[in-house]
Design a protein around this ligand. Structure first.
Ligand code: FAD
Ligand code: NAD
Length: 491
């Protein structure tokens, strides 16, 4: 990413009568854009239906799910402690209190964003915006009044919503999307999760830790389709123990409410017909559908602007996040994959700078992906799968955590760290990690890629001992055949 935030430019902007910028949607993309635009001297209005900024990520996504995953990890670790001579009794779960705690976390963080808006003099409007034309918005406010306001620039940051499968759309309170599942109304005895991606595995892990028997149905041959298979394998093995069943190459052909549950029929035609197959249907107390998300690009009045929307429903933008309508920018989930909060935030900041006239572009070399399961799976930059598809020559240097002192002290030796390296230049092109805390470790990989680090740079950087971060350094040493903790001479 190229940033040119010279103070001279800011000063010019302030002098130029404070341009008025509206941001539609107060998620991570929207509030990051709003805050930077205000810092750069613009007059900012941020519009969102909630009482405070936060969007999907804070109200019904990243934050509540991670609060619950923290609890799940604690429960799992307390059970694992048996192996270390510490025997805790089974946990008694006070669901109301757990819910209150999770909601408290959300309230604290969204309230904090409300305070930050005020401190920056961002005008926060609780309501929904529609376009009158490229620069005029009609805002239906939460207090049932309406206002029409004009701006110099508008940033669309309306995010995304859960995708639904029409064939599975039945009228039942037992059928949930991620929002419903995070509400944690009860601990169902049996939960069916449709879709073995980020949400299915994260929320499935929470319910499994709370005592639910979880079945995951995934239509593809493996869980987490975007990740390299060797990274997914240790997670798959652990989830096989936690979950009642993981059904791959499988879809749900029908759902029907009956008695105290939902009967699901599975289509397992993707499986080898000769394989043992006794999982063709089941009755579940609840069903979570987590098969991806759809962009919120059906904004009323958008047709009155020149904004272009792709066939998949994403708003089309250039590297400055500007749409085909010169007054309108768009950021976050509504402009495309990966639908991740940190991608939305960076796009928001680039859009604010672009409006300020700075010479910027959103062109990251690596966007990290983290699946917050246990173990966590994290990757950035080039993956092995991608290299294979693109026919790119690469070298993979992998360090197994069984050789990491820190991993062994944690009794979590199943992880691994790998670097994907250009054999000619020895540049680090990609990093993949599976293991406890992988999500915290991947940032070093992102920095290495963004800084065009060579494997030698990573190997020569002194990492603290004993930490899991050493596995990044040691995987670079593996590349040279000189890792201290494993004997793997270079071939
Ligand atoms: P959003 O956060 O979707 O916000 C858009 C906002 O715009 C919403 O508040 C919406 O109500 C509002 N809006 C829509 N239309 C209008 C309108 N017409 N007028 C005014 N306001 C409007 N990502 C991660 O990086 N890490 C995670 O751990 C993670 N966990 C997740 C867990 C779950 C269960 C889910 C569902 C998602 C998770 N994500 C995670 C994805 C992340 O939440 C999104 O990528 C991120 O929120 C996108 O930010 P955004 O600003 O584009 O939009
Ligand atoms: P996903 O794309 O991660 O996973 C959906 C899964 O459902 C895929 O594996 C897909 O093959 C499968 N699928 C699709 N149709 C199916 C069908 N008919 N039957 C069975 N399986 C089917 O989507 P998600 O889990 O809904 O999450 C949505 C997005 O939200 C993610 O892609 C990610 O961008 C974001 N998110 C991120 C995090 C994180 O960063 N930790 C956490 C949650 C969500």
């Amino acid at each position: 990413m190229n940033e040119n935030s010279s103070q001279t430019q800011n000063a010019t902007f302030e002098a130029a009568n404070k341009p008025r910028v509206a941001i539609v949607g107060g998620g991570p993309g929207g509030y990051a854009a709003a805050f930077l635009a205000a810092d750069l001297g613009m007059q900012v209005t941020l519009i969102d239906p909630e009482a405070n900024p936060g969007g999907v990520c804070l109200y019904r996504g990243c934050i509540p799910s991670k609060a619950l995953l923290h609890v799940a990890k604690l429960i799992e670790e307390s059970q694992q402690a048996k192996n270390w001579g510490i025997d805790f009794p089974s946990p008694r779960i006070d669901l109301a209190r757990l819910r209150t705690w999770k909601e408290g976390v959300v309230k604290k963080l969204t309230g904090g964003l409300g305070v930050l808006s005020k401190q920056r003099h961002v005008q926060y409007m609780q309501g929904r915006a529609a376009f009158e034309n490229s620069t005029t918005l009609r805002i239906a406010k939460a207090d049932s009044t309406e206002t029409v306001l004009s701006f110099d620039r508008v940033i669309i940051a309306t995010g995304s919503r859960p995708a639904i499968l029409p064939a599975l759309k039945i009228d039942s309170t037992r059928l949930m999307d991620s929002t419903g599942a995070l509400n944690l109304e009860d601990i169902p005895a049996r939960l069916l999760v449709v879709g073995g991606g980020y949400i299915g595995l994260e929320i499935g892990s929470v319910y499994a830790a709370l005592g639910t028997r979880v079945t995951v149905v995934e239509m593809l041959p493996g869980l987490l389709p975007g990740a390299d298979r060797d990274l997914v394998l240790p997670l798959h093995k652990r989830l096989e123990k936690m979950f009642e069943a993981i059904l791959l190459n499988t879809t749900v052909s029908a759902l029907k409410e009956e008695g105290a549950g939902i009967r699901a029929a599975f289509d397992r035609s993707g499986n080898n017909p000769a394989a043992k197959d006794d999982n063709r249907e089941g009755v579940f107390d609840r069903v979570l559908v987590s098969v991806g998300r759809k962009p919120n690009s059906e904004i009323p009045g958008l047709e009155k602007t020149q904004v272009q929307v792709s066939r998949r429903g994403f708003i089309e933008v250039n590297k400055q996040l500007q749409t085909a309508d010169p007054s309108i920018y768009a950021i976050g989930d509504v402009v495309g994959e990966p639908m991740l909060a940190h991608k939305a935030m960076h796009e928001g900041r680039v859009a604010a700078e672009a409006i300020a006239g700075h010479k910027v572009a959103f062109e990251p070399s690596a966007i990290p992906a983290v699946v917050f399961t246990d173990p966590e799976v994290a990757w950035c930059g080039l993956t092995e799968d991608q290299a294979e598809k693109e026919n790119r020559e690469i070298k993979v240097a992998k360090f197994p955590w069984a050789a990491s002192g820190r991993a062994v002290t944690l009794d979590r030796p199943e992880g691994s760290t790998k670097l994907i390296i250009d054999p000619q230049t020895e540049r680090v092109l990609g990093v993949g990690i599976v293991g406890t805390g992988a999500g915290e470790l991947i940032a070093e990989g992102v920095l290495a890629i963004e800084m065009a680090a060579l494997a030698r740079d990573v190997a020569m950087t002194i990492h603290p001992h004993p930490t899991l971060s050493e596995t990044v350094m040691e995987s670079a040493e593996v590349f040279f055949g000189t890792s201290t903790d494993i004997f793997r001479p270079r071939r």
